[in-house]
Design a binder for this molecule. Structure first.
Ligand SMILES: Cc1cc2nc3c(=O)[nH]c(=O)nc-3n(C[C@H](O)[C@H](O)[C@H](O)COP(=O)(O)O)c2cc1C
Length: 217
């Protein structure tokens, strides 16, 4: 049986969780492929029987980049594909997976498991969550390891275990995510990584994402 793991990870947390799933699946004798969504991997070329998708929570919602990637790259399958989705996050609130579930349904993938996994906050910019101490990170990892096997047990048995949020939160979080995803990069132009920044924009011009246009603030 083949399992495909697709993840998006900005600072490494979601990738670390994908690797935990990978090792747990190998121990269960599954064939597993792991790909970052940023590799532009085409899932249609791998004949998977199960799908695992992972992404961080941005602005209280699954990062829109991941939803967009899945919408464009998952092909509708002949057989129903059981899917497990996880979301890493700095806080402890539940995540709204309903948009993802609708998207998966269109592609004949069935969401069986959806789970939020609190993990270290790597970005000091989100100081409201506080930076994560090594002790907290160690505890995050310990809890994560204890969660993987029970999650997989239920998933392979087809036992549904899905997080839900109230409908009004679902609308609010989606709206917030759309607005913030659009405007935060503009606000972010004013941030610098250290006090030595003189605003010369060399880093922006050499950004591998190549999204910087000279003249924009
Ligand atoms: C732009 C941005 C927005 C975030 N918004 C939230 C949020 O609303 N709630 C939350 O719990 N964590 C939030 N976080 C923290 C991330 O979800 C968390 O650090 C996640 O594990 C990062 O995963 P990654 O290392 O795979 O990118 C945010 C992080 C970033 C960069």
């Amino acid at each position: 049986m083949n399992v495909l793991i697709l993840y998006f990870s900005g600072t490494g947390n979601t990738k670390a969780v994908a690797e935990e799933f990978y090792h747990a699946l190998i121990l269960r004798d599954y064939s597993v492929e792991v790909h970052s969504m940023e590799d532009k991997f085409n899932p249609a070329i791998y004949p998977y029987d199960f799908l695992i998708v992972g992404f961080p929570k941005y602005y209280e919602y699954p990062v829109l980049y991941a939803l967009d990637y899945l919408d464009h790259n998952l092909k509708k399958r002949g057989q129903v594909i059981p899917t497990l989705a996880y979301c890493t996050q700095a806080g402890h609130s539940l995540t709204d997976f309903s948009g993802l579930e609708r998207l998966l349904r269109k592609k004949n993938h069935r969401l069986i498991t959806s789970k939020s996994l609190p993990y270290a906050n790597n970005l000091l910019i989100f100081s409201m969550f506080g930076s994560t101490t090594p002790e907290v990170l160690k505890e995050n990892k310990r809890i994560l390891k204890s969660q993987i096997d029970p999650l997989l047990d239920d998933f392979f048995l087809g036992k549904e275990c899905k997080e839900r949020v109230a409908w009004f939160r679902s609308i609010l979080y989606h709206f917030t995510a759309v607005v913030f995803t659009k405007f935060m990069p503009i606000a972010g132009m004013k941030y610098s990584s250290s006090e030595e920044c003189i605003g010369c924009k060399i880093c922006a011009c050499n950004c591998p994402k190549k999204e910087y246009k000279d003249g924009s603030e």
